[in-house]
Design a binder for this molecule. Structure first.
Ligand code: ADP
Length: 444
């Protein structure tokens, strides 16, 4: 799929480059050609304005129509110029030896020159050669108007233009291979982030399906067992029935949590998980989370200690930050054995609001730490499953903290415990002083 897209992009890129070069080439060619002909026309006009012809067009040393064989004595016999003098109807009275009727401007052009009383230019063709001719109406008082035509071969100009055409064509054709190579490299680079994101989505869907398979299988097996007992009239007689119902409820809870977390991450990926922040006390939030998690800690015979400074305020979305704290405290309780200790602390440190959740639990091996915020990553899959973990909690927490413009990091020592630290921006007016915790608390 990506290779097809890459080649398509390459071909489109090459096409665009070639079309642009073609347009530029055409523009260069026509501009150059027009400049060249303008110079030739100016040169012929200069020539025509020579004193000799303007002062006395009838006496220019030329020869009448019958004298074509002899060279003119004027300057037009030098430098490859030819000339002709005619009346306004085109009847030639004098013409240089190297001109013939085909060299001269057409009758229509001549008529236009006469009508407008101005000079005209035309490219003519004689003896297999193109010539540029300049026709000038010469109207001396007391004399009948005459038309002077001066021209010369434009062979050398056409040769130069033909060379230019070849150069442009070679450049355009020669650009195809570099354009293909460049397009291929560029499209590869442009598609890389899309490819990474699609690969991540594929992995996410595969992991999600895998995660859902087990609970679905557990629910099905237990439901089948219950149906069997129902059909045999023995439902409720075996202690396994109660366990089966417990399993079904436990797995449906897990599935519900998994689905809701996947939905959150899908919204994060779609950029729909924006936050609506408002000023809030992080310390108060921590106290509330501590209260709601205390029963869980007691059930596991853990000490849950909350050291929260209510004076620490941030700009945040309360329910999202609550979700993050619950995930962290829940993990700390889940992965700490009975008799251990979990501490949730909120303080102001280095002009930041800092939340730490530390425990005296199993800890995380250092090679797992770099993967810990990845989706579906779990250090000990069996234990996590037993604890009802999904492997998505920390991934979501990281997104939520980032959405608040904060940082989250984890430190852990195997056998000693884990500490997760979140740093958030303090509310603007809070930053003005950096008082110690006790003073801030006293002030409130
Ligand atoms: P889960 O729902 O599995 O807890 P998380 O994303 O919250 O998913 O955590 C990912 C993994 O990180 C967990 O499965 C666990 O292996 C490890 N982990 C998280 N917090 C702790 C902790 N406080 N102590 C030890 N391991 C932890």
């Amino acid at each position: 799929m990506f290779n097809t897209a890459r080649w398509r992009l390459t071909v489109v890129f090459t096409g665009v480059v070639v079309v642009l070069l073609l347009v530029a080439g055409i523009a260069i060619y026509f501009t150059t050609s027009s400049l060249i002909y303008r110079r030739v026309d100016a040169e012929l006009a200069d020539k025509a304005q020579t004193e000799l012809f303007l002062t006395d067009p009838g006496d220019h040393g030329g020869h009448g129509p019958d004298d074509h064989g002899a060279p003119p004595t004027g300057q037009f016999d030098q430098g490859g110029y030819f000339y002709a003098v005619s009346d306004t109807s085109g009847n030639v009275s004098s013409m240089s030896y190297d001109a013939d009727d085909n060299s001269l401007v057409s009758a229509n052009t001549l008529a236009a020159a006469v009508k407008n009383g101005s000079a005209v230019q035309q490219t003519t063709s004689a003896n297999g050669e193109d010539q540029r001719v300049y026709a000038l109406l010469v109207d001396h008082p007391g004399q009948s108007a005459q038309v002077l035509q001066i021209g010369r071969s434009i062979d050398s100009e056409q040769g130069a233009l033909s060379e230019l055409r070849t150069i442009l064509l070679v450049t355009i054709i020669g650009s195809i291979i570099p354009a293909l190579t460049g397009g291929y490299l560029l499209s590869g680079r442009a598609l890389r982030p899309i490819r990474t994101s699609v690969d991540a989505q594929r992995a996410f869907v595969a992991d999600a399906s895998h995660e859902l398979r087990t609970p679905v299988a557990v629910v099905k097996t237990n439901a089948e067992l219950l149906v069997k007992h129902l059909q045999s009239g023995k439902l409720g007689q075996s202690p396994n029935d109660a366990l089966a119902i417990e399993d079904i409820l436990g797995e449906t809870d897990r599935m519900a949590k998994l689905v809701s977390q996947m939905l959150t991450l899908a919204q994060v990926d779609a950029g729909q998980q924006t936050i609506a922040p408002s000023p809030m006390s992080l310390g108060e939030l921590a106290d509330e989370v501590g209260r709601s998690m205390r029963a869980l800690a007691d059930a596991k015979q853990l000490t849950l200690d909350v050291r929260a400074d209510p004076a620490v305020w941030v700009e945040g979305q309360r329910d999202r930050l609550r979700e993050v704290l619950v995930t962290l405290v829940d993990n700390a309780i889940k992965y700490t054995d009975a008799g251990g200790r979990v501490v949730l602390a909120v303080e102001r440190r280095h002009r930041k609001a800092v939340v730490t959740v530390s425990d005296t639990g199993a800890g995380i091996p250092s090679d797992s730490l770099k993967h810990i915020f990845e989706r579906f990553y779990r250090v000990d899959k069996a234990r996590t499953r037993d604890e009802g973990g999904t492997g998505l909690g920390l991934a979501i927490a990281r997104h939520m903290v980032a959405a608040h413009g904060g940082d989250i990091r984890i430190d852990s020592d195997v056998g000693k415990g884990t500490r997760i630290t979140i740093e958030l921006r303090l509310l603007a007016h809070e930053v003005t002083t950096d008082e110690p915790l006790s003073q801030s608390s006293a002030a409130n």
